[in-house]
Design a protein. Structure first.
Lengths: 248, 351, 323
C-alpha cells in the first residue's frame, strides 16, 4: 500500500479507561521519512497514543490511518498494519526462552512466511547493524540491558517496517547504557526511517527530531520544530515541563 | 466496547470458530437447562405419602422433593435424638456465625482466638450434654452436618498450633529437630488421607495399653489433626520464607529471645501473608471430612446413603446427593470467594 | 566467638526430643505387641505368602483366589497404576482444554469453563465418585437396551463396552450383543469406569486452573511484543506464551498428578480392587492391621518420593539460562 499521503494520521482520537478520559481529541499527522518526538509529563497519554496506532490499545472515537489502512476491529486491517509498524518497548519484551537469533527470525518466518535460511541472513544483517552480531546464540537473560534493547530494535527492524514506534526505549536502562541505544536510533533516523519516539531524552530529540509534540493531560498542547520548541515554547505548560526536564 | 452490539460482535461472534462455538453452546445450554428445569420444577412432586406414590405422580420424569421433606431432617442430623435436635441446629448456626464473624478484619488480633475457643467449647458442650440439664448424647450418635462441621473446625483448629511447631522445626538449625519435622511432614504428605484415617481408626487401639478403647470420633479427629498439621505446616513455612530477612535481623538486634521474636514479630506477619493459602486448606479439609464415612462415622454422605435405602423411599439418590452436594458447594464456594478477595486485598496493599 | 552455653542448650534440647520420640516409639510398639499377642494375632509379614482366598473383579495379570496375599497386593498396585496413568493423561488433556477455554475471547466459552471449574472444585471428590458409580450402576439400562452414544461404545449396568485394537490381523474388535451380555472388545467394570471418569473430571478442574495461572503468569509484555510483530493469537499462544507458561505450570501439575494417584485410594468406597481396597480386605481377613497398613503407606510413599524427585530434576533442567 504505497500512497503518497501521510504515513500516519490521527484524527480527533478519543479514548476512555472507564470514566477516565485518556486521550482527548488527539490529531497528528506524520509524513514519510519524518521523525516525531513526543514528550510530556507522565500520565499525559503519550504511550497510550502510540499504542493505539498498532492496536495494542483500542480507541473509542476518531480515526487512525496507517499507510492508507484504517485501524479498526477488522483483524485483517490490524494484521496488515502490524506488519508495517515496528515497535520497541520500554521493558524490551524479548522472548526469554529463545536465543537472540531465534527472537529475530520468529516473526519473519511465521508472519512473512520467509524460509528459515533467508530469515537468518536477514537477522544477522540487522544484528550487525545494531552492532552485536556475536551475541546471536545467547539468551536474552545473558545480555545487559543496553544489549537487550538493541536486540529488540533489531527484532522490530527484521520485519522491514515502514514506521518504527519507540515507547520510552531508554527509560528502563542504567545510565551508562543509554548512549549505545540512542546511537542506534540516531543511525536509524539518518537512514530515513519514519519514527515516532516517546522519550525524555531531550539531547536525542534535538539531534534527530523533525517535529516535537508536547502532550499533557491527554491532549496535544504544542507542536513545533525542535529549535523553536526548545528555545521559545509557546504554551505555559510546555515551558513548565521544559524547565523541569532540562534543569538537571 | 461502548455499545452492546459491539460487545456481542467481538465476544460472541468474533470469528468463524467463535460463532460456531456460540451457536453450539447456546443450543446445548438451552437443552440442558430446559431438561433440568423440567425435571426439577415442572414435573417435580412436592408432596407424597411414600416413594412409590411419588414416582407415580411424577411419571418418573420429575424430581421427588417430597423425599427431602420426609428425609431432609434425617440427612442433616442423622441419629441424634429427635427431641434434642435443636441442639445440633444451634451448633450449626453458632459455627456459621463464628465463621462470618471471622471475616471481619477488625476482629483479627487479640479477640479472634478467645472468641473461637469459647465458641468451640460451648458447641461441644451443647452437642455432648450431660450438664446444665441437657441430656447426655454419646458421640456415636452425632451425625450429619454438625458432625462434618465439628470434624473440620476442631480438626483444623487443633492442627494449626501443631503445624506452626512443625514449620518452625523444619526451619530450625538444630539437625535432629529439623530431621524429625521433615520426616513427619514428608511422610504424611506422601500418603492418602484415607490411610491415615485407617491408621488412626484401626491401629490406634492396638497401640494403647491393655486395649483401652477410644471414642471412634476422637480417633478420626486425631487422624485428621495429624494429617492436616503437615499440610498447614508447609503453608506456614511458605509464609515464614516470604518474610524479609530484615525482620528477623531487627528482632534479633532488639535482643528478643527466639520464642518472643517468633510470637511478637515473625509469626503474626507470616501468618497474615499465608491466610489465603490457609483458607484454601480449610476448604480442602472441609471436603475431606467425607472420608470418615469409609471408617464408619455418620457424616452427610452416610446419612444420605442411609436415607435412600429406606424400603418405602428407595432410589432417590439424585435428590439426596444433590441436596448434600449443594450444601458442600455453597460452603466451599463462598469460602473460596472470600479467600480470593483476601488475596486481592493483600496484593493491593503490598503494591 | 560463640559461647559454649547456647550450643550446649541446643544439644540438650535435641537429646531430650530424640529421647521423647524414641520413648514414645518403644511405648507404642510394646503395647502393640502385647495386644496382638493377647488377641492371638500373628506378627510379621509371613502372611504375604498365605493363600488370599478372595476374588478380585478386575486384574491386569492372571489371578486366582488360591494365589497369595502378596500377589493380590501386586494386582491391587497394578490396578492403582492403571487408573492413575489413564487418569493423568485424560485429565491433562481435558484440563488443558478447559484452562485455555477460561481465557478464550468467546464469552460463552469462558463462562462455561468457569462453571465447570467452580462446580467440580467445590464438591467433595468422594461424593462425585459415588454419584458416578450410582449413575452407572443404577440408572444404566440392562445390556439389551444399552446406551449407545458413539459407534462401538455401549453403556449398560454391566459396564462400558469399548472397541479394542487387535494385532493380527490389525482391526478393531467391536463389542456386540450375544446372549445376555456383550462379547468382544473390552468391558470396563462400572467401578473402574466410575473411578476413572470421576477422577479425570475432578482433577481436570484443578489442572484447568493451573494451566490458566501459567498462561496468565507469562508477562503481558510478551503477548504485546508478539502481537506488535504481527503474530496471530494462535501463533502467540503456541510460540511465545505456552513455552514460558510450561515452566510455571509443570511443578504444580506434578503435584496434581500425585494427588490424583493418592485419590485412587477412595476406590475402597466404591469397590474397585486397587491397592487400598485389597489392603482393606487383607487386614480384615488376617487381622494384621499394622503390617498391612504400614506396607500400603510405604508403597504410596515410594510413589510420592519418585514424583518429587522427578519434579526437582525437571525444575533444574528447564531453568532459563541467566535467569
Amino acid at each position: 500500500m504505497t500512497d503518497n499521503g501521510p504515513m500516519i494520521e490521527l484524527r480527533q482520537v478519543h479514548k476512555w479507561y472507564g470514566d477516565y478520559h485518556a486521550l482527548k481529541g488527539v490529531s497528528l499527522t506524520v509524513n514519510r521519512g519524518e521523525r516525531v518526538v513526543v514528550c510530556g509529563p507522565s500520565g499525559s497519554g503519550k504511550s497510550t497514543m502510540i499504542r493505539c496506532i498498532n492496536r495494542l490499545e483500542t480507541h473509542e472515537e476518531g480515526q487512525i490511518v496507517v499507510d492508507g489502512i484504517e485501524v479498526t476491529d477488522d483483524a485483517r486491517h490490524v494484521a496488515a498494519i502490524r506488519r508495517e509498524v515496528g515497535m520497541v518497548f520500554q521493558q524490551f519484551n524479548l522472548f526469554p526462552h529463545l536465543t537472540v537469533l531465534e527472537n529475530l527470525v520468529l516473526a519473519p518466518i511465521w508472519v512473512r512466511r520467509m524460509a528459515r535460511a533467508e530469515a537468518q541472513d536477514l537477522a544477522m544483517h540487522f544484528l550487525a547493524r545494531v552492532r552485536i552480531p556475536e551475541q546471536a546464540q545467547k539468551y536474552p537473560g545473558e545480555l545487559s540491558g543496553g544489549q537487550q534493547q538493541r536486540v529488540a530494535i533489531a527484532r522490530a527492524l527484521a520485519m522491514r517496517p515502514q514506521v518504527m514506534l519507540f515507547d520510552e526505549p531508554t527509560s528502563a536502562l542504567d545510565p551508562e547504557m543509554i548512549k549505545e541505544v540512542l546511537d542506534v536510533m540516531v543511525e536509524l533516523a539518518k537512514d530515513g526511517m519514519t519514527m515516532i519516539c516517546v522519550t525524555h531524552e531531550m539531547g536525542f530529540a534535538r539531534t534527530v527530531a523533525d517535529a516535537m509534540v508536547f502532550m499533557d493531560a491527554g491532549e496535544i498542547v504544542e507542536t513545533a520544530p525542535p529549535e523553536k520548541f526548545f528555545a521559545s515554547p509557546e504554551s505555559e505548560r510546555a515551558q513548565l515541563f521544559l524547565s523541569r526536564v532540562l534543569s538537571h | 466496547m461502548r455499545t452492546a452490539v459491539a460487545w456481542v460482535r467481538v465476544n460472541l461472534f468474533g470469528g468463524v470458530f467463535s460463532s460456531l462455538v456460540t451457536l453450539a453452546a447456546a443450543y446445548l445450554i438451552g437443552r440442558w437447562l430446559w431438561a433440568f428445569l423440567d425435571w426439577a420444577l415442572v414435573h417435580a412432586v412436592w408432596r407424597a405419602p411414600d416413594g412409590r406414590a411419588c414416582t407415580a405422580a411424577s411419571e418418573g420424569a420429575g424430581a421427588c422433593w417430597a423425599f427431602l421433606g420426609q428425609w431432609g431432617r434425617f440427612i442433616l442430623f442423622g441419629r441424634y435424638p429427635y427431641d434434642s435436635q435443636w441442639r445440633p441446629l444451634l451448633v450449626i448456626v453458632a459455627f456459621a456465625a463464628l465463621l462470618l464473624l471471622s471475616c471481619d478484619r477488625r476482629l483479627w488480633g487479640r479477640w479472634l482466638s478467645p472468641i473461637w475457643i469459647v465458641g468451640l467449647v460451648l458447641n461441644l458442650v451443647l452437642m455432648l450434654g450431660g450438664v446444665f440439664g441437657l441430656d447426655y448424647v454419646p458421640t456415636d450418635l452425632w451425625s450429619g452436618l454438625p458432625l462434618t462441621l465439628i470434624l473440620a473446625i476442631v480438626g483444623l483448629a487443633l492442627a494449626f498450633p501443631l503445624a506452626v511447631l512443625l514449620a518452625l522445626g523444619r526451619r530450625s538449625e538444630m539437625p535432629a529437630i529439623r530431621a524429625l519435622s521433615v520426616a513427619y511432614i514428608e511422610l504424611i504428605r506422601g500418603v492418602p488421607l484415607i490411610t491415615v484415617l485407617f491408621m488412626a481408626s484401626v491401629m490406634l487401639p492396638l497401640f494403647l495399653p491393655g486395649g483401652t478403647s477410644i471414642d471412634k470420633l476422637l480417633r478420626a479427629q486425631a487422624g485428621f489433626v495429624l494429617f492436616y498439621a503437615a499440610y498447614l505446616a508447609e503453608v506456614v513455612r511458605g509464609g515464614l520464607q516470604a518474610m524479609p530477612k530484615g525482620q528477623y535481623e531487627a528482632a534479633d538486634a532488639l535482643g528478643l529471645g527466639y520464642w518472643r521474636k517468633m510470637r511478637l514479630i515473625i509469626l503474626p506477619q507470616a501468618l497474615q501473608i499465608s491466610i489465603p493459602a490457609l483458607v484454601n486448606i480449610f476448604i480442602a479439609g472441609f471436603k475431606d471430612t467425607t472420608l470418615v464415612t469409609i471408617i464408619g462415622l455418620f457424616d452427610l454422605i452416610s446419612t444420605a446413603s442411609n436415607a435412600i435405602t429406606d424400603p418405602s423411599w428407595r432410589g432417590f439418590y439424585v435428590e439426596a446427593y444433590g441436596f448434600i452436594g449443594a450444601i458442600y458447594f455453597v460452603f466451599c464456594f463462598f469460602m473460596s470467594r472470600y479467600s480470593g478477595s483476601l488475596e486481592a486485598n493483600f496484593r493491593r496493599g503490598r503494591r | 566467638m560463640r559461647s559454649l552455653k547456647p550450643r550446649l542448650g541446643a544439644l540438650l534440647l535435641q537429646g531430650l526430643v530424640i529421647a521423647a520420640v524414641v520413648g514414645l516409639g518403644v511405648f507404642l510398639v510394646r503395647n502393640a505387641l502385647d495386644n496382638m499377642a493377647r488377641a492371638g494375632i500373628a506378627t510379621g509379614y509371613s502372611y504375604l505368602d498365605r493363600e488370599a482366598s478372595f476374588e478380585i473383579g478386575q486384574s491386569l495379570v492372571p489371578y486366582e483366589p488360591s494365589d497369595s496375599y502378596g500377589w493380590a497386593l501386586v494386582v491391587g498396585l497394578l490396578n492403582t497404576l492403571l487408573v492413575a496413568a489413564l487418569g493423568i493423561i485424560l485429565a491433562t488433556v481435558l484440563g488443558t482444554a478447559i484452562g485455555i477455554a477460561r481465557l478464550a475471547q468467546n464469552w460463552l466459552l469462558k463462562k462455561l469453563a468457569l462453571v465447570y471449574v467452580e462446580a467440580l472444585r467445590n464438591v467433595p471428590l468422594l461424593l462425585q465418585l459415588i454419584l458416578w458409580w450410582d449413575v452407572l450402576r443404577v440408572s444404566a439400562p440392562p445390556p439389551r437396551a444399552a446406551w449407545h452414544p458413539l459407534p462401538g461404545v455401549f453403556i449398560s449396568v454391566r459396564g462400558i463396552a469399548l472397541p479394542w485394537p487387535v494385532l493380527s490381523p490389525p482391526h478393531f474388535d467391536v463389542p456386540h450383543f450375544a446372549g445376555f451380555n456383550f462379547t468382544g472388545g473390552i468391558t470396563l467394570s462400572s467401578e473402574f469406569a466410575a473411578l476413572l471418569i470421576g477422577l479425570t473430571v475432578y482433577t481436570a478442574a484443578f489442572i484447568a486452573e493451573i494451566v490458566r495461572g501459567g498462561i496468565e503468569g507469562v508477562r503481558h509484555g510478551q503477548t504485546e511484543a508478539a502481537q506488535a510483530l504481527g503474530l496471530t493469537r494462535a501463533q502467540t499462544l503456541r510460540l511465545v506464551v505456552m513455552p514460558q507458561a510450561l515452566r510455571i505450570i509443570v511443578p504444580p501439575m506434578l503435584s496434581e498428578y500425585l494427588a490424583l494417584t493418592k485419590n485412587t485410594s477412595l476406590a475402597v468406597a466404591i469397590g474397585y480392587p486397587e491397592l487400598m481396597s485389597i489392603t482393606n480386605t487383607t487386614l480384615n481377613q488376617t487381622g494384621q492391621a499394622i503390617e498391612a497398613i504400614a506396607l500400603m503407606m510405604a508403597i504410596y510413599l515410594a510413589v510420592s518420593l519418585a514424583t518429587s524427585l522427578a519434579m526437582n530434576w525437571y525444575n533444574r533442567r528447564i531453568a532459563l539460562a541467566g535467569a
